[in-house]
Design a protein around this ligand. Structure first.
Ligand SMILES: [Zn+2]
Length: 139
């Protein structure tokens, strides 16, 4: 016996604008929160970054974003010798805001290289723990 899932009607529901872009898709860095995340009043990003060996105190970093801030959520690795590392929360934040979430927490491990002499050998593995609070404009 076969059970067939109901197929959602997609063609008719799709907004026409979704396929049209204004040709600015690549300039993410110059877009503001108001452009990229309309409706967001404030984003508070708390970052805690520490080394794999836990020898040093975690480095704490708090950032605040308003509607006119750049919607750019790439953060530098705190390992001063790190090559090609860093933490990219762009997608995570955009998805969470699209879902209307107020709080985002997570963890990332730096995939850069430990230092210039270890490129291709030892990864950096600095760890980022983040907590982000999002507030929205009242409608
Ligand atoms: Zn790193």
């Amino acid at each position: 016996m076969f059970s067939i899932f109901k197929k959602r009607k997609q063609e008719s529901d799709q907004p026409a604008e979704a396929t049209e872009t204004c040709g600015m898709g690549n300039l993410v860095e110059s877009n503001t929160i108001a452009d990229v995340l309309p409706g967001v009043r404030h984003l508070a990003v708390n970052l805690s970054i520490r080394g794999q060996d836990n020898e040093i105190e975690p480095s704490l970093n708090n950032r605040s974003f308003g509607p006119q801030s750049r919607a750019y959520f790439h953060f530098r690795c705190k390992n001063v010798d790190c090559v090609d590392g860093g933490f990219d929360l762009q997608e995570e934040i955009i998805n969470a805001v699209n879902e209307g979430r107020n709080e985002i927490t997570g963890r990332r491990v730096c995939q850069g290289w430990r230092d210039a002499s270890n490129v291709g050998q030892q990864k950096c593995f600095f760890e980022l723990n983040f907590k982000i609070y999002v507030s929205y404009n009242a409608i």
